[in-house]
Ligand binder design. Structure first.
Ligand code: PDD
Length: 279
């Protein structure tokens, strides 16, 4: 059933509302072409498996919903949000209901790229201890820790919070983080401590394709703080240079670095020729 966003209704007994018991996906759409829909739906399945919730729809069905929404929404470039919760319960109980009736919601928003100033001048970030749970590979709607962490950045007049756990870089509050050290692109290992980002994959693919040396490995906090360049990336922010971390300049002079300029150009070319072209 399709309704106007402000007409959609979910029970106050929904476990997504009471417990944050659900998962979600964000799919970028360029020129009405969903980007890597299959990979996003596979990650949705991974998240559902991780919370032991049967997928209420098959891949073909999800893909049909996405196509319909993409074509009916008013924008050429969109972000599609899929949310699936474990649905309503009769009485409040942490344990799963015997009969689960999942709630599925899908909606579109206009996709706007970050302002040019963020790319040209770079963005400021703060850092924080990664206080989230140990299944950050699941894209769950329990986003309170991410929200609190992002708010730390906003309160400090910054854009993102870079997270460290046990002395190692994990990711941002809502983005993947990369470092450049001595001309090598460093990427944290995809594991249970970070979301397997689809944009992260694109950045590594572009690095491989264009011959930018890269290593996927544990990155220490010290390496992050002394990196020549730091980048954040996500489906909605594309790739952005972090030029200040906790008030300290990144690299020599705290301006976007040459590798960022290269990656940004590769990303824009990829967007124009691949993402906008569709499958
Ligand atoms: N967030 N890590 C976290 C914690 C994220 O929330 C996101 C994306 C990413 C990047 O993933 P991807 O490249 O697949 O977008 C990494 C989305 C945009 C959000 O929650 O709105």
């Amino acid at each position: 059933m399709w309704v106007a966003a402000d007409q959609g209704r979910v029970s106050v007994m929904d476990r997504g509302f009471l417990f944050g018991d659900g998962v979600y996906e964000v799919i970028p759409v360029y020129s009405r072409q969903p980007f890597r829909l299959e990979q996003h739906l596979a990650r949705l399945q991974h998240s559902l498996d991780g919370i032991q919730l049967a997928n209420p729809h098959g891949m073909k069905e999800w893909s049909g919903f996405v196509t319909q929404l993409v074509n009916e929404a008013e924008w050429e470039d969109q972000s599609i949000y899929i949310q699936v919760t474990r649905g309503p319960m009769a009485v409040r109980n942490h344990a799963f209901p015997k009969e689960v009736r999942p709630t599925s919601v899908i909606f579109a928003e206009a996709m706007t790229t970050p302002p040019a100033s963020q790319r040209e001048q770079g963005i400021a970030a703060v850092s924080a201890a990664d206080i989230r749970w140990l299944r950050c590979d699941l894209k769950t709607t329990s986003l309170l820790a991410n929200c609190l962490l992002r708010q730390m950045a906003v309160a400090a007049g910054c854009v993102e919070t870079v997270l460290f756990r046990d002395g190692f870089l994990t990711e941002g509050s809502a983005s993947s983080i990369f470092a450049i050290k001595d001309g090598v692109l460093l990427a944290p290992i995809k594991n249970h401590l970070m979301l397997p980002g689809i944009t992260y994959d694109v950045v590594l693919e572009l690095a491989a394709q264009h011959g930018l040396p890269h290593e996927v490995r544990d990155i220490t906090e010290a390496e992050t703080r002394t990196a020549d360049e730091l980048w954040m990336c996500s489906s909605t922010k594309e790739v952005l240079p972090i030029v200040l971390l906790d008030g300290a300049k990144v690299g020599i002079d705290g301006t976007p670095g040459p590798r960022f300029a290269q990656m940004y150009a590769w990303y824009q070319a990829f967007k124009a020729t691949v993402m906008r072209a569709g499958p």
